[in-house]
Design a protein around this ligand. Structure first.
Ligand code: AP5
Length: 222
């Protein structure tokens, strides 16, 4: 049994299901789930300076500057609970962030082991984002595809669900543009590194999970 930590990077457009799947596979693999979007939203809830800065970009659909994002991830990956590795969701999002991640992992003796690239057409991701409901603890629902047991209440703690500020149609359109301009170069980047695996994100949630777990079994050694 190899004790090497494992790092999985979920790649794909906004709303394709990265967060939904990252939570499921992190749970199955016993890894932590690190979502930069969730970390920024937690900071915003706690009214930190980082949260306020991040919100000024997020609400416009723009990326938060690389330096603050990288520093936040570095801090998160230095905590004890990340010793076995992590499922990274929403990071890296630019080639600069990808280089920074490689650098960071090389210092702790790790590397990016697998990059599932989840794909779905734009109409589908827009539909998924417009029906998304979130709990304050980060659980994700969809009005049609993954509804809560009781309307607009979280299944686990019963708190009220909310819709994200950046899921408004005009912001979604900008997020998709930003994805194609700034994040999609990572497809080539990780293809060249040999860690990219394409996953069909148009399937139901369970089928996507199954494909992801097959990719993990095939390409990752724990
Ligand atoms: P972030 O929170 O990372 O948003 P995102 O990447 O745009 O991704 P989403 O969370 O919108 O979607 P997802 O792919 O996780 O889909 P989900 O599983 O929720 O980032 C937000 C903002 O923060 C950015 O715009 C930026 O400003 C900033 N930021 C974050 N990281 C950054 C970084 N590294 N650098 C700079 N800035 C950064 O699913 C969507 C919906 O579909 C849900 O309702 C779900 O229930 C449903 N669904 C999921 N899978 C399926 C399925 N298979 N079938 C049917 N429905 C499904």
């Amino acid at each position: 049994m190899n004790e090497q930590a494992v790092y999985i990077v979920m790649l794909g457009p906004p709303g394709v299901g990265k967060g939904t799947q990252a939570k499921i596979i992190a749970g199955k693999l016993g890894l932590i789930h690190v979502s930069t979007g969730d970390l920024f939203r937690e900071n915003l809830d706690n009214e930190t300076d980082l949260g306020k800065l991040a919100a000024s970009y997020m609400n416009k659909g723009e990326l938060v500057p690389d330096d603050v994002t990288i520093a936040m991830v570095e801090e998160r990956l230095s905590r004890e609970d990340s010793a076995r590795g992590a499922v990274l969701d929403g990071f890296p999002r630019t080639p600069f962030q990808a280089e920074a991640l490689n650098e960071l992992l090389s210092h702790i003796g790790g590397k990016v082991n697998l990059v599932p690239f989840i794909q779905a057409p734009n109409e589908m991701i827009v539909e998924r984002l417009s029906g998304r409901w979130m709990s304050k603890s980060g659980r994700v629902y969809h009005a049609l595809h993954n509804p809560p047991k009781v309307k607009w209440l979280d299944d686990v703690d019963g708190t009220e669900l909310y819709q994200r500020e950046d899921d408004k149609p005009e912001t979604v359109a900008r997020r998709i543009e930003v994805y194609y301009q700034q994040t999609s170069p990572l497809i080539d980047y990780y293809q060249k590194e040999g860690s990219l695996v394409e996953i069909d994100g148009t399937q139901e949630i369970e089928a996507v999970t199954q494909d992801l777990m097959e990719a993990v079994e095939k390409y990752v050694r724990f």
